[in-house]
Structure formats: structure tokens, C-alpha cells
Design a protein around this ligand. Structure first.
Ligand code: IPE
Ligand code: IPE
Ligand code: MG
Length: 268
């Protein structure tokens, strides 16, 4: 009996030792929610003499590095812009290739996400996708719904204006049915109807490829995000580029409208 207890105790303490020896993230303060516009796949590919589709394939590898980085730095929420509501304007061959990549990722990566404790959410107007993608999306979300190390929102057929519009429609419906009273509406009511309901707003917003616009991404949620723009093209955005971006976040002075007088009244 005593030997069994001793064995259990040593197993348990080995487990805790292992946990403790995990390298701690050097990032402090770190963002709770990182949003990323992963831009520049096409330019990266063309600059190497490759097709745009080859760039999107390399882009998927960069996503894997970003997820690893978030796990390493213990970031709780990550939202990546994978396909915008405006990206349907692209040539059909490119759109089809992006759909294939998406389907492949849902089919092949869900178990990997699950093993790493990642909760997958697909946000956007999924009704425009073919039924196979919709089914895979629902299955992947259900399979990972109880995970808690990182919530990964993948925005597909997503637009910030769409998100606000669908939230508005839902609120109007609830007012009509009497579930909500107009007098009780406030900013939290809107946040609670967006596709990121229940999650903190992104405090850090990254866009690669040297473009300085938000291209209809998270319009409401980014109200107080810290922005980080880099010329690095998405396929080249590796773990060290991500750590470098996070280091910049640590130096931001987040004032939220407040002001601090740095000169003492008496000495001025
Ligand atoms: C971002 O890369 C990926 C998607 C929009 C799907 P782009 O395809 O926009 O690459 P560039 O901006 O043309 O280089
Ligand atoms: C934004 O990139 C959308 C995604 C990264 C999915 P785009 O390349 O589509 O944005 P614009 O057209 O340059 O604004
Ligand atoms: Mg682009």
C-alpha cells in the first residue's frame, strides 16, 4: 500500500516539476486578445516567381507558427482574418484554392488543435460556404468547444460591417419579441451580439505587408486596440517576428482617454 502511494506521489510530483520548468513568457504586460490581418501572401509568392496560391499555402505554415507563439506566450484569444467578405471579388481560381485550403485545414488540423487545448471558432457569415465546409466547421467547433488554453477565432467571409449588421438584426428581433427593452440597450448589448461575444476586445491588432488599413476587420471590437503595422509579408512572419511585435505592445502607453500630468504642479 505504502509503495503504491509513494509511486503515485512521485508520479504526481514529476508532473508538477515538469509544469514548473516550462519557460515563462518574457512578455509583460501581454495582450489578452491578438487580432491579425495576415496580408501579403500574393506579393510574397510573386516575388519568388511563384503563383499566388503557392503564397497562400506558405501562409498556412505561418499561421501554425503564430498559434505556437500564442501558446508559448500564453495568449488567451487569437483572431485571424483568413477570408474577408470582399475577397469573393478575387478570380474564381484563387477563391477556389482558398476554399480548398480551408477545407484541408479543418479536416487535417482539428485533432492537432484539440491536442493543444485550442478552442476553434469560425466567425463570419458561414451561410455562403458550400454545405461540406459548413458541416466541417460545425464539427471542428464542437470537437474543440471544451478547450481553454487558447480560443482561436478564424474569420471567414467576415466583415466588421456584416458583424454589426447581424448584431443589429438580432437586437431588433429581441426587442420585437419583448426579450429586450429599448431603454436597456447599451454598448454591452451590442458586444454581446457580435461574433466575438463573451471575449475581451482585441488589445493588440497586427497587420503585415505594409498596408495601413483595417479592411473592414473588427470595426467595433478594435475601438481601443493598439495597432502594429509591419512591412513583413505574411509567409515570412515567424515566431521571432511575433515576439518582436509583442515586445512593442509592452511599451505602449494605454491611456483610454485619461491623462497624467508628468510635471509636478509646484515645480512648474
Ligand atoms: C492575404 O494575402 C490572404 C488573403 C486575403 C486570403 P493576399 O492574398 O491579400 O496577398 P497580397 O496582399 O495580394 O500580397
Ligand atoms: C484583408 O486583406 C483580408 C485578409 C487578410 C483575409 P486584403 O488583401 O483582402 O485587403 P485589401 O483588399 O488590401 O484591403
Ligand atoms: Mg492583400
Amino acid at each position: 500500500m505504502l509503495t503504491t502511494l509513494k509511486a503515485i506521489f512521485s508520479l504526481l510530483s514529476a508532473k508538477f516539476r515538469k509544469k514548473k520548468s516550462k519557460p515563462l513568457s518574457i512578455i509583460t504586460p501581454k495582450p489578452a486578445h491578438v487580432a491579425v490581418i495576415m496580408d501579403g501572401n500574393g506579393r510574397w509568392a510573386n516575388s519568388q516567381g511563384l503563383s499566388r496560391v503557392a503564397g497562400h499555402k506558405r501562409g498556412v505554415e505561418a499561421v501554425k507558427n503564430l498559434i505556437k507563439g500564442c501558446l508559448h506566450h500564453e495568449i488567451s484569444y487569437l483572431t485571424i482574418f483568413a477570408f474577408s467578405s470582399e475577397n469573393w471579388n478575387r478570380p474564381e481560381t484563387e477563391v477556389n484554392a482558398l476554399m480548398d485550403l480551408l477545407m484541408g485545414a479543418l479536416e487535417n488540423q482539428t485533432s492537432k488543435l484539440d491536442e493543444n487545448g485550442i478552442k476553434l471558432r469560425l466567425i463570419g457569415d458561414l451561410s455562403r460556404f458550400d454545405s461540406r465546409i459548413q458541416r466541417l466547421a460545425a464539427e471542428s467547433m464542437t470537437a474543440t468547444q471544451n478547450n481553454s488554453s487558447l480560443t482561436l477565432n478564424v474569420a471567414i467571409n467576415y466583415g466588421g460591417r456584416w458583424d454589426l449588421l447581424q448584431a443589429t438584426k438580432s437586437i431588433v428581433g429581441k426587442i420585437r419579441s419583448g426579450e429586450l427593452q429599448e431603454a436597456d440597450l447599451n454598448e454591452d448589448t451590442i458586444s454581446a451580439e457580435l461574433s466575438t461575444a463573451g471575449q475581451p476586445d482585441p488589445d493588440f491588432f497586427i497587420r503585415t505587408s505594409g498596408e495601413y488599413r483595417i479592411s473592414n476587420f473588427m470595426l467595433w471590437q478594435a475601438a481601443y486596440s493598439e495597432f502594429y503595422f509591419t512591412d513583413v509579408l505574411w509567409p515570412d512572419f515567424d515566431e521571432s517576428a511575433f515576439t518582436g511585435a509583442l515586445m512593442k505592445f509592452t511599451n505602449r502607453d494605454r491611456r483610454f482617454g485619461n491623462a497624467v500630468d508628468k510635471v509636478d504642479e509646484k515645480s512648474a
